[in-house]
Design a protein around this ligand. Structure first.
Ligand SMILES: [Zn+2]
Length: 365
């Protein structure tokens, strides 16, 4: 094992990390776009709410320089500081907004967001590869418009994954669970056909009980896992893959509960029932959380993710480091070995995201 030295601000850090590993962060969002993008969405929805019709508003014009400035001073700066080579990059999740508008407004909005991510990937192919937002709508099964946008992003933009919202109602859980065949299976069929995983990712909460990132996200992660556990989704789609972000919500901490539940229900062990198809990222933002993940979950099911930029912005006063400097926790975990870090930082992502392969080959040449 070699030691790599690199700078973070004024501080020279020494981290045990294998030089040859390509470090892939599977969870990043384009959170730093100019305000004209969110202003467009607000104007679109304001008109829709008043008229019930999708307005014909001009799309915001965003220059390459604006995209470059937004990324170089934020996501790319942080990636370089932390030694992250490549980020699977998707539109800002809390702005996906599936609970607002209708199919027509959400298709326009989703295309705009996905096209901006695609432009970021074209401008910085060495740093970003795309994952797409889907134009889901609360109360409506994900059908032609969703499937068409998924296909467009994967086949024309080179997206390697999609973000799937299990609760387009924004915290009220009005739509059927992921096990509902009539509702969800056509989308699952397309994910399998395109060979792309879906990250479970809700958007903003409009239920005042649930803070978007602190509660709604974590609820959704846990809810999706239990729906996978108690359904026949992976018997029906043996090659379908999901990534549950934010460390899998409550799952690792309550692993015994879920193992016991499976046993009580006469289900196969979790290794058989879900772990061939379900993976977890490392966005938990503290050392003990990462230690627990590495201790409890099989290392082949853990993927490096930090959800930059801006999910949690501050510095942890007890460590002096940014909460979202997730690599530090993985590097320092007593449950990690060079082989395990290699899995978490790189090889698991390459296995779970098969469409990453051409991007990796390109970088090697
Ligand atoms: Zn996210």
């Amino acid at each position: 094992m070699s030691i790599v030295l690199y700078k973070k601000g004024e501080e020279a850090l020494q981290r045990p990390h294998e030089e040859t590993i390509m470090l892939i962060d599977i969870h990043g969002h384009f959170t730093t776009l100019p305000e004209s993008v969110s202003s467009f969405r607000n104007a679109q929805i304001d008109t829709f709410d008043k008229t019930g019709l999708a307005p014909d508003i001009a799309l915001p014009v965003i220059s390459d320089k604006q995209i470059t400035d937004a990324l170089e001073s934020n996501q790319i700066r942080v990636m370089k500081e932390r030694g992250v080579d490549l980020t699977v990059f998707s539109p800002k999740a809390s702005a996906m907004d599936h609970h607002r508008g209708n199919e027509q407004t959400n298709v326009v909005w989703t295309k705009l967001c996905n096209d901006l991510v695609h432009r970021a990937c074209l401008l910085f192919p060495q740093h970003f590869v795309g994952a797409c937002q889907l134009p889901q709508v609360s109360g409506q099964p994900p059908r032609d418009a969703v499937i068409e946008e998924l296909r467009r992003c994967v086949t024309a933009h080179g997206c390697v994954a999609a973000n799937l919202n299990p609760d387009p109602s924004g915290g009220y859980w009005l739509d059927p669970p992921l096990s509902d065949k009539a509702w969800w299976y056509p989308l699952f069929e397309e994910l399998v056909a395109l060979d792309v995983p879906a990250m479970i990712h809700v958007t903003g909460s409009c239920n005042p009980h649930f803070h978007t990132t602190a509660t709604h996200y974590i609820n959704a992660d846990t809810t999706a896992f239990v729906q996978f556990l108690t359904s026949t989704i992976f018997q029906d789609f043996p090659t379908l893959k999901f990534v549950i972000p934010h460390g899998g919500g409550a799952v690792p901490f309550h692993w015994g509960r879920y193992r016991g539940l499976a046993q009580d229900m006469g289900l196969p062990d979790l290794s058989e029932k879900v772990l061939k198809n379900v993976f977890f990222d490392t966005c938990v933002y503290h050392q003990a959380g990462i230690d627990l993940m590495l201790k409890v979950l099989p290392s082949e099911n853990i993927l490096f993710g930090s959800e930059i930029f801006g999910a949690i912005k501050g510095v942890d006063p007890t460590t002096g480091h940014y909460f979202d400097d997730v690599r530090r926790y993985v590097d320092q975990s007593e449950h990690g070995t060079p082989a395990i870090r290699q899995q978490i930082f790189s090889s698991n992502a390459q296995r779970v995201y098969p469409r990453l392969k051409p991007f990796l080959a390109c970088r090697a040449c």
